[in-house]
Every structure is written in structure tokens, then in C-alpha cells.
Design a protein around this ligand. Structure first.
Ligand SMILES: C[S@@+](CC[C@H](N)C(=O)[O-])C[C@H]1O[C@@H](n2cnc3c(N)ncnc32)[C@H](O)[C@@H]1O
Ligand code: SF4
Length: 437
């Protein structure tokens, strides 16, 4: 097909997808129906381990303009009190009988107080068995911290680089904080010597980026031989954060050629697991697990979300309130939100698109219906956008389909961003209000 025709058809398809996703997010992730929970009411403990225990560390030394994750500027005394409360919450959850396969520690800056982080992981390992501990980190930790102390505690480190290009680093305010692209490459090499599995996060979709610049950036990433490379399209969100990150973003049409550049750059040495995550195809196989696999996730710490079956659980976003809750014997989770069946099935559809295979049998096993019965509108839309190719009874994604899956993922991140924005506005639900209620 004519390349111009194909890319303009794709632009029309992704523009309408952006619109539909914005509407869907506003509808299905609206917190108007969030329910304040009576903490003294215990959660029923499932008989098998929950896939992920997510732990949130909401502090950073300085804040990046594009980042909408829950974090505040670091204050040591508050952060120390926070870690103490966090360990108390972890003890509480494990004492109640919850078990987990993996632990994912995200931020913010998880390594901001190395001694507290170590004490927290050691506590988890002393109370329960987990298969893997993943921790996010910024690159400067591998210069200024003592990462060898994490040996045997952290199995997988996910390091935020975003770009090795000094102009981009300066534009997003990371050059002053974390050093030049060359210095950051050196820190990643140090991390790879110490930590068993290293992922590096890269971003694209910034306004000065071209497909050539993306390819150069990834060539530098590949030279370091990380086990995994995650490539995030800059996500703007749909609420207040949109404006702040929006001034850094390129034209929406620039993303498709950049996505093709990402794929081409990584094709030789990395396998695409999802259109945003790549694992190396050399050496020992990498066990691949990202937090978004659609399984249950229990969140602890201020600003953590958990998904439990058909419910979202939201922890207090107010850090002093979170600490108070834990110190008065409550859990950190203060609201739940029922997830509609439609939202869950859309998440399932996004995951199938992300995996690149729409399997009729699996769809029937999961939803009780065939692909066309369960997702008639989505299937028609994707076929007309050239996003799917039939293979026997199933469908596989084309390049266009992978790009649409990437846009869906970006929509999912916007949805999380929208949830965070609303969660910050929820009334504080302390012991006093619970007792009064
Ligand atoms: C929450 S950050 C924590 C990493 C660490 N604090 C750092 O800055 O290096 C995890 C990753 O989310 C990604 N991220 C943050 N904001 C984003 C946005 N607006 N769009 C896409 N990805 C984003 C970045 O790639 C970042 O490395
Ligand atoms: S990208 Fe990392 S360092 Fe920057 S504000 Fe977000 S969590 Fe903090």
C-alpha cells in the first residue's frame, strides 16, 4: 500500500482512538463512586499468593516536569517517619496472611534513603519468601550511593535514563541532576556489574526528537548491553499535568516514525515483548515481568494503587495522613473503587494487543465469547485501520497494530495519571472521621 495513504489512515485511526480513550478514562476511572473504607474491616486473604506487592516511595530531590507520579520534595525527617510507617504496613499485611510472588518498589526515588530501603527489603525477606525484588532508581545513585549494599537484596533494577542526548536532558531538567549522557552511561555500566537484571527506561516523543535522534539514543543504550530496555512514549495525561508536560511534547504525528525507529534500532539484539518493552536475545534468557501484566497487585505506601479482582484500592496521597493512619493501627488504603466489567475487559483487550496475538480460544476461555462477539467495535476498527492480520482462527498485530497497542498503553498511563489527580483531592479519611461516621 501507498506509504502516505497508510500513514494518513493510521493518523485518522489514532486520533479517533485518542478521543475514545479520553472519554473512556473519564467515564470508567472516575472516582465519584470511590468508597471510603472502614479499616477495621479485614480484607479476605486469597488462598494463593498475589502476584505483586507494590511499594511506593514518594520523595525526589527535585521534580521532573514531565513526571506525574506521586512524589514530593525530599525532607529527611518526614521520609524517615514514612519508611517506618511503611514497614509497619508491610508487617500488618503479611501478618494478616497475604503472600506475594514479587515485590516492585517504585517512586519517586526509591534509593533516596539507602539505609531505610535496605531495612525495608530485609524486613520483607525475613517475614516471607518472594521470588524477585525489583527496584526503580535514578542513574546518579550508581555514582553517589553504595549499590553493592543492595547485592542479594535487589534482583532487578529499573533505571530511568530517558535519553543520552544532552540537549534533551537539559530540556527536561535532568542534565543538572544526573549528569551528561556519557556520565549516565557510565553509571548504567556500574549497575550492570552489580545487579543481576538491569532495565533502562528511555523516552521518546519529545519535541526536539527525530527518528534519527531516537535511533542514536538507542544505539547508545544497546552498547551498554542492559538486560531490558523500556521505551516510553511521553504521556501527557488528560488533566492538569497535560499542560506542564505538553510544552515538552512533539507533534502527535511524529510518534509513528519514532516508534518504527525504536523497533528497527532494537531488532537485532532485543526481542519485543510489548511494543514498549524489549528484552535482550543474547546470553541467558531474561525472566520478563512488568508491573502491568493484568494480575492482582497489592499497593502499600502513600499514593499506591492496588488492583484486587474487580476493585481498585487507593492509599492515602497525603503523606502525614498516611503516617498517622498507620500509627493509629489503620491500613494505608483508604478508598476502594469498583471496576466495571467493561473497564476490565478493555484492559484485557489492551493486553492482548500488547502481546501481539488475539487468540480466539483464549478469549473464549477468559470472556466466554469469541473475539468478534466480545469486541465487535474494537475488531472492526482495528481491521479497517490495517492493525490486524488474520492467522487461522486468530489475529496478529501488524506494525500499525503494535503502534495502536502502544497508544492504548499510553492511554492506560494517562488513566493512572487521572486517578492520581482525583485521588489527591479525595477527603482525608482519618480515624477521627471514621469514628464519627
Ligand atoms: C516514576 S519514574 C521513576 C524513575 C526514577 N525516579 C528516575 O527518574 O530515574 C519511572 C519511569 O516512568 C517514566 N515516566 C515518567 N513520567 C512519564 C511520562 N509523562 N510519560 C512517559 N513515561 C514517563 C520514565 O521513563 C521513568 O523512568
Ligand atoms: S522522573 Fe523520577 S526523579 Fe523525576 S520526578 Fe519522576 S520520579 Fe522523581
Amino acid at each position: 500500500m501507498n506509504k502516505f495513504l497508510s500513514s494518513s489512515r493510521l493518523n485518522i485511526a489514532t486520533n479517533s482512538l485518542d478521543w475514545v480513550m479520553g472519554q473512556t478514562i473519564r467515564h470508567s476511572l472516575n472516582l465519584n463512586d470511590a468508597v471510603a473504607i472502614d479499616e477495621l474491616q479485614q480484607l479476605s486473604v486469597p488462598d494463593k499468593p498475589i502476584e505483586t506487592l507494590y511499594i511506593h516511595i514518594p520523595f525526589c530531590h527535585t521534580l521532573c516536569r514531565y513526571c506525574s507520579f506521586h512524589k514530593i520534595k525530599f525532607k529527611e525527617s518526614l521520609a524517615r517517619e514514612y519508611f517506618k510507617a511503611l514497614r509497619q504496613e508491610i508487617r500488618q499485611v503479611i501478618t494478616q496472611g497475604f503472600r506475594f510472588n514479587r515485590v516492585y518498589i517504585g517512586g519517586g526515588t526509591t534509593t533516596i534513603l539507602e539505609d531505610e530501603l535496605i531495612e525495608t527489603i530485609e524486613l520483607i525477606k525475613s517475614l516471607t519468601t518472594v521470588r524477585e525484588v525489583t527496584c526503580e532508581s535514578d542513574p546518579i545513585y550508581f555514582k553517589e550511593g553504595n549499590p553493592h549494599l543492595l547485592k542479594g537484596l535487589v534482583d532487578r533494577m529499573s533505571i530511568g535514563i530517558q535519553s543520552f542526548d544532552d540537549n534533551i536532558l537539559k530540556m527536561v531538567g535532568r542534565f543538572e541532576k544526573f549528569g551528561s549522557g556519557l556520565q549516565q552511561a557510565e553509571y548504567v555500566s556500574r549497575a550492570i556489574e552489580i545487579i543481576p537484571t538491569v532495565n533502562i527506561d528511555m523516552m521518546y516523543g519529545f519535541k526536539v526528537q527525530t527518528p534519527e535522534a531516537v535511533a542514536i539514543d538507542l544505539a547508545q543504550a544497546i552498547r551498554l548491553h542492559p538486560d531490558q530496555i523500556t521505551t516510553y512514549p511521553l504521556t501527557l495525561g488528560i488533566g492538569k499535568n497535560r499542560k506542564k508536560a505538553g510544552c515538552l511534547a512533539g507533534e502527535p504525528e511524529a510518534l509513528w516514525p519514532q516508534f518504527l525507529a525504536v523497533k528497527a534500532a532494537l531488532a537485532e539484539h532485543y526481542v519485543m515483548e510489548f511494543p514498549w518493552t524489549f528484552s535482550r536475545n543474547f546470553g541467558q534468557p531474561v525472566e520478563n515481568k512488568y508491573v502491568l501484566d493484568g494480575e492482582d497487585c497489592f499497593g502499600v505506601g502513600s499514593g499506591a494503587f492496588g488492583r484486587f479482582g474487580e476493585q481498585f484500592r487507593i492509599s492515602s496521597f497525603d503523606i502525614p495522613d498516611y503516617i498517622d493512619r498507620i500509627n493509629t493501627g489503620l491500613s494505608g488504603t483508604c478508598y476502594t473503587k469498583p471496576l466495571q466489567h467493561k473497564a476490565l475487559s478493555q484492559h484485557y483487550f489492551m493486553m492482548m494487543m500488547g502481546y501481539g496475538l488475539l487468540d480466539n480460544q483464549q478469549c473464549k476461555a477468559h470472556t466466554g465469547k469469541s473475539l468478534w462477539q466480545a469486541f465487535p467495535l474494537e475488531m472492526s476498527f482495528l481491521i479497517s485501520a490495517g492493525a490486524l492480520r488474520k492467522q487461522g482462527d486468530n489475529y496478529i498485530t501488524t506494525d500499525e497494530g503494535q503502534f495502536i497497542a502502544l497508544k492504548m498503553f499510553s492511554g492506560f498511563l494517562s488513566g493512572m495519571d487521572y486517578l492520581r489527580e482525583q485521588a489527591r483531592e479525595l477527603p482525608i479519611n482519618t480515624i477521627d472521621t471514621l469514628v464519627r461516621a
